[in-house]
Write a protein that binds this ligand. Structure first.
Ligand code: TXA
Ligand code: MG
Length: 349
């Protein structure tokens, strides 16, 4: 199939294009669309056939549930059995935005969308193209991240084209996703609620609204063999073609260690990639250095992480060393994705 690509301008969102995209969804087709986190691969959430097409286009195991995207808070009540008070508080504070909540679903939501689960993940994006598109599509758009299963999530329409061209009807191009990491996921079907995936809405921000939260143990101790509660978190993700290791420690020691390891590898005839920051990039005389942005603005790091992982796949490096990130608010989300990409290979210095 030929994938139509339609560029949209936020200052004047073309309603004809939005209607064209909405109609594709209503007729059971697939459209990739921008959100503030990453691009989504959308289909009609209430049509089991559409969900099956999403799994096929992504090459994704069908036990891995999809997030249902809505454009009106009131639409949540149409697809779930109950909305706990704490969830209403989080909706009030963070919707529309990069927060996904899990509820008990009702019969309107097919099990093909929820991977056979009795719960459903719901998110209301703040992106204005996403909101207009969801409305035009009938209000309920199932969407995983718009990447081939196992690759980094997509943060530009170009990345979506790389992965999904020929497999979906349309890509809505809204430029670069401003957050660059997928939404926070919190399970509201249990008490206390549990964070299943860290994101731009942090634990601290949510606890300020509703008190203590738990964090899925599979996130805290990823090597423990504990099965994650979000089925998708168990799969290897984001892995670049080259061997990636994260180097942790004091900045000066990290720089020295990466330079030493790079020299060793190059002496063996290997090509080395380095994931650095604007502050440190000039300190690496050898290797192919890509900067994620300014370390003092961790949002920049988050925004460029998936892009840099993809960029390295276009090169011939054999291994990659990355600096690590921990301090600021979105730090845990950055590290969660980076460590997954590295298959949890960490070098402590
Ligand atoms: O930012 C985002 O959340 C993006 C944009 C497009 O909205 N979407 C996204 O979807 O990241 P996806 O499919 O790549 O990740 C959804 C995660 C998966 O790990 C999945 O297992 C989990 O959410 N999930 C979905 N429904 C669930 C449920 N009912 N219970 C537990 N985990 C669930
Ligand atoms: Mg994904």
């Amino acid at each position: 199939m030929e994938t139509r690509i339609r560029k949209l301008d936020y200052s004047r969102i073309d309603e004809n294009i939005i209607q064209e995209a909405g109609q594709i969804i209503r007729e059971g087709g697939l459209v990739a669309f921008p959100t503030e986190t990453v691009y989504g691969l959308g289909g009609d959430a209430l049509n089991p056939e559409s969900s099956r097409k999403i799994y096929a286009a992504k090459g994704r195991p069908s036990d891995n549930p999809l997030i249902v995207h809505i454009a009106e808070k009131s639409d949540l009540y149409r697809i779930v059995r109950e909305v706990p008070q704490k969830a209403e508080k989080l909706m009030e504070a963070f919707w529309p935005g990069p927060l996904t909540m899990i509820f008990f679903k009702n019969e309107l939501v097919p099990e093909a969308t929820t991977g056979g689960l009795g719960t459903v993940a719901v998110r209301m994006p703040s992106d204005r193209i996403a909101a207009a598109f969801i409305r035009a599509a009938g209000g309920f758009v199932a969407a995983p991240s718009a990447n081939v299963s196992g690759r980094p999530s997509t943060t530009t329409a170009g990345h979506v084209e790389e992965d999904l061209s020929g497999r979906i009807e349309m890509i809505l191009d809204g430029g670069q996703a401003v957050i660059g990491l997928e939404s926070t996921i919190v399970d509201m079907s249990v008490e206390p609620p549990v964070i299943l995936r860290p994101g731009a809405v942090t634990r601290e921000m949510m606890e300020e609204q509703i008190g203590p939260l738990e964090v899925d143990k599979a996130i805290i101790a990823p090597d423990s063999g504990i099965k994650p509660k979000a089925p998708g978190m168990k799969y290897r993700h984001y892995a670049p073609r080259a061997d990636l290791a994260v180097v942790e420690g004091q900045t000066e020691q990290v720089i020295a260690a990466i330079n030493r390891m790079t020299e060793e590898k190059e002496a063996e005839g290997k090509r080395v990639g380095i994931i650095a920051t604007d502050e440190t990039a000039s300190r690496y005389p050898k290797g192919l250095v890509f900067s994620l942005g300014a370390r003092r603005h961790e949002e920049e790091i988050a925004m460029h992480l998936f892009e840099v992982l993809r960029d390295f796949d276009e090169t011939d490096v054999d291994c990659i060393y990355s600096e690590s990130f921990e301090e600021a608010s979105i730090g845990p989300a950055i590290m969660n994705r980076l460590l997954k990409a590295a298959g949890h290979k960490v070098i402590h210095v």
